[in-house]
Design a binder for this molecule. Structure first.
Ligand SMILES: Cc1cc2nc3c(=O)[nH]c(=O)nc-3n(C[C@H](O)[C@H](O)[C@H](O)COP(=O)(O)OP(=O)(O)OC[C@H]3O[C@@H](n4cnc5c(N)ncnc54)[C@H](O)[C@@H]3O)c2cc1C
Length: 455
């Protein structure tokens, strides 16, 4: 069997690993090739994100070492503190503690590049066939398989093509025309602050040089009437080795990612100029000035200090993630675009790969496809089961994310007051169990349960 994976972000790498693991014992002739537009691994590229307990659970199934390394180098974040821009604390929300979700490590704040780097290491050790600098431009189903065409003119046939090619997926466009991600009118801007760059006397107020001995919550999310501002450590170190992430999200009618730094600076300072912490201090203004200075001083030489502009995208829910014959399949953001405020982009992407690999292995065994070399029934049933398992979960998480994104839009005086009131009530009375469906998802047990209803 020949499988092509388009894209090697988190979903592509995870799918590769699990397909290789579960299919190799069944199919001696298995060949998996992954193709990636980037000319080399995207090490060091990207910003920061929250990795939820369910994502960490799946990463542990890939590799105990990768899981431990991610936990050790990220910031374990058990709670978010929510405030409004006038400095009022609206409440605290549990984000997934290790006690509630044992064995996962809880929620961690980390750089996307570090998570990607740990998973890539596992793939490299297993000798994965990843071809860089290869952009797929066409995917056409044929009687004998699926024809994949590259920008450089090469054409390759496969029995199965997996689109793990992100928000603007070429595979989705080719196989599921009419479904497209669109800019949702919200743009996030953010970066990582590295303390070693400046003397401690110049560090932003409140963001503690030593957060462990601070009276403040380390992870703060502030809502205003014209956007949102969040910050959190992304490692557990203090002093010069401490690193923080910050991000500002607000409405915009432009999805231009290449705004000049002076324009970014102007917009940020204007948007957050009156925002204060509970003590009336302009902490956010001070973080912005610090980050802008860091960008101007070192972004040319050090990517990690750059301010990134990330437009948020929305996509209607898809009817299915597989073509009817099961020969083309979507995973991760190509199937379900997760905005950053879902906190689930990486986690759902990694679950997808595990689920599909187990389902396909099951169907190959059930249909004895290894002996007959006829994969048709196995592919079509595995595709159908994959959508059946994944779509309800992704749709639900996307709907929750859309609601929380709306709190970051421009609000009238009345809308702002009502948000503070109802969100405050929610934070006060919502039980910790509210996240169990999302965070407590154990992907291996869920596949076992699903398959037990099918045999
Ligand atoms: C470099 C990078 C940095 C990111 N930084 C952040 C961040 O800071 N914060 C955040 O919340 N999310 C970030 N994301 C998105 C986040 O990683 C994803 O939302 C999530 O992990 C789901 O991953 P995915 O594998 O489905 O898609 P992606 O991570 O988008 O990966 C898709 C991959 O497919 C490749 N690709 C696309 N089209 C083609 C094609 N035609 N042919 C071949 N290859 C193709 C892309 O180059 C990419 O490597 C980033 C993604 C990337 C690629």
């Amino acid at each position: 069997m020949k499988i092509i994976i388009v894209g090697t972000g988190i979903s592509g790498l995870t799918a590769y690993h699990f397909l290789h693991r579960f299919l190799t014992p069944l199919l001696p002739n298995l060949q998996i090739d992954a193709y990636e537009s980037y000319k080399s691994p995207s090490i060091g590229i990207g910003g920061t994100l929250g990795l939820a307990p369910n994502g960490l659970y799946t990463i542990k199934l890939i590799s105990q070492e990768a899981h431990s390394a991610i936990l050790a180098s990220g910031f374990p974040c058990a709670k978010f503190e929510f405030r409004n821009s006038n400095g009022k604390v609206l409440g605290l929300m549990s984000t997934g503690s290790p006690d509630r979700y044992p064995g996962t490590g809880g929620e961690v704040m980390h750089s996307r590049a570090a998570i990607y780097g740990e998973i890539l290491k596992v793939l490299e050790e297993q000798g994965a066939r990843i071809h860089y600098g290869k952009t797929v431009v066409g995917v056409v189903p044929k009687e004998e398989g699926v024809e994949v065409t590259f920008k450089d003119g090469e054409v390759v046939m496969a029995d199965l093509v997996i689109g793990a090619d992100g928000i603007k997926s070429t595979v989705r466009k080719a196989a599921f025309p009419g479904v497209e991600a669109r800019f949702e009118g919200l743009v996030g801007v953010g970066s990582t602050i590295t303390y070693s760059a400046v003397p401690s006397s110049e560090h932003p107020k409140e963001i503690p040089y030593d957060y462990k001995n601070s009276k403040y919550s380390p992870t703060v999310m502030t809502f205003g009437s014209n956007g949102f501002f969040g910050y959190s450590p992304i490692n557990s170190k203090t002093g010069d080795e401490g690193r923080y992430q910050w991000w500002s999200t607000a409405e915009s009618d432009s999805e231009d990612r290449d705004l000049p730094i002076e324009e970014i600076e102007r917009q940020l300072l204007e948007r957050h100029k009156d925002w204060v912490n509970p003590e009336g201090e302009k902490v956010i203004d001070s973080i912005i000035r610090f980050a802008i200075q860091q960008h101007k001083d070192s972004a040319e030489t050090d990517r990690s200090k750059r301010i990134l502009v990330l437009p948020n995208y929305f996509m209607q829910t898809m009817e299915q993630y597989h073509s009817d014959d099961g020969k083309i399949l979507l995973m991760g953001d190509s199937a379900h675009v997760m905005p950053p405020h879902s906190g689930q982009g990486v986690s759902l992407a990694s679950e997808d790969g595990y689920v599909y690999a187990r389902l396909l292995a099951h169907e190959i065994q059930r249909t004895k496809a290894a002996e007959s070399k006829d994969y048709k029934t196995a592919l079509s049933t595995a595709g159908k089961y994959y959508t059946e398992m994944r779509k309800p979960r992704s749709d639900k998480i996307m709907a929750i994310a859309a609601k929380s994104g709306n709190m970051k839009r421009n609000l009238s005086w009345w809308e702002e007051k009502s948000r503070d009131f109802f969100f405050g009530l929610f934070l006060r009375f919502a039980p910790d169990s509210i996240h169990d469906g999302t965070f407590g998802y154990k992907v291996d047990e869920e596949v076992d349960k699903f398959l037990s209803t099918k045999s």
